[in-house]
Design a protein around this ligand. Sequence first.
Ligand SMILES: *[C@@H]1O[C@H](CO)[C@@H](O)[C@H](O)[C@H]1NC(C)=O
Ligand SMILES: *[C@@H]1O[C@H](CO)[C@@H](O)[C@H](O)[C@H]1NC(C)=O
Ligand SMILES: *[C@@H]1O[C@H](CO)[C@@H](O)[C@H](O)[C@H]1NC(C)=O
Ligand SMILES: *[C@@H]1O[C@H](CO)[C@@H](O)[C@H](O)[C@H]1NC(C)=O
Ligand SMILES: *[C@@H]1O[C@H](CO)[C@@H](O)[C@H](O)[C@H]1NC(C)=O
Ligand SMILES: *[C@@H]1O[C@H](CO)[C@@H](O)[C@H](O)[C@H]1NC(C)=O
Ligand SMILES: *[C@@H]1O[C@H](CO)[C@@H](O)[C@H](O)[C@H]1NC(C)=O
Ligand SMILES: *[C@@H]1O[C@H](CO)[C@@H](O)[C@H](O)[C@H]1NC(C)=O
Length: 564
Amino acid sequence: MCHAVYQILVWLWMLLCCCGSRVSCLQISNCNKTEVTMIRDMDVLTSLTLSNCSLPHLENAFFMRFGQLLHLELEHSGLSSLDDFSLHGLPRLQSLSLSHNNLTKLRSWSSEPLEALTSLDLSHNRLCSLEDNSFVLYPQLQMLNLASNQIEQLADDTFHGLSHLKHLQLHGNRLMLIDGFQFSGLHRLSSLTLHHNLIKGVDPLAFESNTHLRSLRLEGNLLSSLQFLTQRGLARLVHLNLANNLLQKLEPQGFGNNIELQDLVLSHNNLTELTKESLLGLDSLERLNISHNILSHIEAESLQSVVSLTQIDASFNQIASLSESLFQANSQLEEIILSHNRIEEISPKLMSHQTHLKRLKLDGNALIEANFLQSLPPALNRLSLSVDLSSNLLHSVNLSSLLQFGHINLADNHWNCAWLVKNFLLRAPASLNFARNWSLLSDWNEDLTKVQGIDCIEGSRNRSIVLLSVGEAIHSKVQCAQSYDELNPAPPPLTWPKIPTDRFDSRSVIIWMLVAIAITFACLRWLRRFVDRKEQSKRKLKAINEVYMSKMESQPIRHERERS
Ligand SMILES: *[C@@H]1O[C@H](CO)[C@@H](O)[C@H](O)[C@H]1NC(C)=O
Ligand SMILES: *[C@@H]1O[C@H](CO)[C@@H](O)[C@H](O)[C@H]1NC(C)=O
Ligand SMILES: *[C@@H]1O[C@H](CO)[C@@H](O)[C@H](O)[C@H]1NC(C)=O
Ligand SMILES: *[C@@H]1O[C@H](CO)[C@@H](O)[C@H](O)[C@H]1NC(C)=O
Ligand SMILES: *[C@@H]1O[C@H](CO)[C@@H](O)[C@H](O)[C@H]1NC(C)=O
Ligand SMILES: *[C@@H]1O[C@H](CO)[C@@H](O)[C@H](O)[C@H]1NC(C)=O
Ligand SMILES: *[C@@H]1O[C@H](CO)[C@@H](O)[C@H](O)[C@H]1NC(C)=O
Ligand SMILES: *[C@@H]1O[C@H](CO)[C@@H](O)[C@H](O)[C@H]1NC(C)=O
């Protein structure tokens, strides 16, 4: 029953979209071969998508009756073998995708050229090797996706005849060497992805004929040398990604030929230094990412030639000092990222030419003072600048000089408690953030309580100022606490945010007060009565005594009377 409903839904999902008199598309999923052969009106179909079907094998001329097809997708269907001519009879086909299948061998699958095919997607299969002239029957191909296969080697003539190819994707394979002329003849190639392979070396002539290449991705390989960059074919490169390789050194003038390069990513390598010749020739470079290396030495003139630079990311290195003339030639800089280095001091002159700066990240360094912010050029629009100085060693800053900035993050520094209490608690504007977030686990409730706190140091003790927000107003309370270890985020012992006193408490207080008053009154009354009674009995006794006395006094008289 359920299955039948499901089947109906699946067939309903077959979308017949009429975007023109003879354009119709059909999408089917979870089907089998019988169902595909039963499709009607196949002679008007221009787009067919089969996914999640069970089609392990395609016979010769399987799509013969779909003569009008322009787009064919056959994905996630366990396809592992095709007869030699199974794509026969698709003269108008423009795009074909067989991705996410089990193909191990690539063939032409047709006896005559698929003259109209411009896009072929064979990604996510199990192709191991590509033979010579694999694609000669696809002469108009512009996009070829061979990513995420198991290709180890490319024969010299693999891509022979693909003179119109613009985009070639070969990432996620097992290529080890780009050694010969595999890409020769691809005169129109504009983007090539080779990332996440095992490439150790690239021949200095490998891209000699790819003079239109604009984007080359080589990240996640085993490259240790960049000699190949000087070849003529790479002169028009605009984007180059070399992250996650084994580069230890940038050869002098190694980028001398890459005059049009705009994006260069060198992160996650083992680079130790930048010299004045390292980046020579990169006249158009706009974005440089050299983060996650072990850079410790940057020559003062290193960036002199990259005059178009708008963004530099040198975070996660071991830079301890920066020459004050480092950015002298880079007046276009909008973003400087130097986070997580060992910088102790920034010269007031370092950024004296940066009138376009929008973002400055210096978090995770060892800065003791931030006076350089006062000497930024007057022409700079401070309101559009955001500065991150968190996790440094600042103990105080000149607050009045920071008021014009867009946003400044000052969290997690070594603030002097007295200074902080005196200056910050009353005056800090919203654009300055001193606080960092803490998650507190409370005793009385499993929930995490989020509070903001400021760490500070008083004498030799670490303290924390916890910001408790009650409603809209922010009340601050100075409270002693132990230091907080980022790596072992045990909840620091802090005051809890004020719990609103609930009704039970106030009621019980009142009840107890009433009880106390009642008891006091009762005691007083009892005491009074006691005192009264005592007095009464005293008086009675006195009266009795008096009577007795009078009796005693009167008796002798009587006696005397009796005697007389
Ligand atoms: C294909 O699916 C139909 C309906 O779901 C079913 O009747 C038929 O037996 C299936 N054929 C094969 C070969 O599995
Ligand atoms: C394809 O099948 C898988 C599991 O067999 C399922 O998780 C997925 O949702 C299906 N996709 C479509 C589009 O039906
Ligand atoms: C692809 O082939 C492998 C081994 O032959 C098999 O284990 C796997 O299930 C197949 N995948 C599909 C989607 O049929
Ligand atoms: C790169 O640097 C890391 C850490 O410094 C080191 O473990 C690794 O061996 C280096 N790799 C090479 C190829 O030098
Ligand atoms: C630089 O590269 C690192 C690592 O790949 C990345 O995390 C970071 O976002 C990049 N920087 C910029 C500014 O894109
Ligand atoms: C703090 O900054 C203000 C404004 O920039 C400046 O006038 C003042 O001299 C500075 N104070 C100190 C102690 O540097
Ligand atoms: C702290 O938490 C608030 C909201 O929960 C968030 O907006 C803010 O970005 C956090 N601050 C930091 C420094 O993580
Ligand atoms: C204070 O905190 C800093 C950094 O969090 C730590 O290095 C130092 O040992 C702490 N000092 C004390 C007395 O806990």
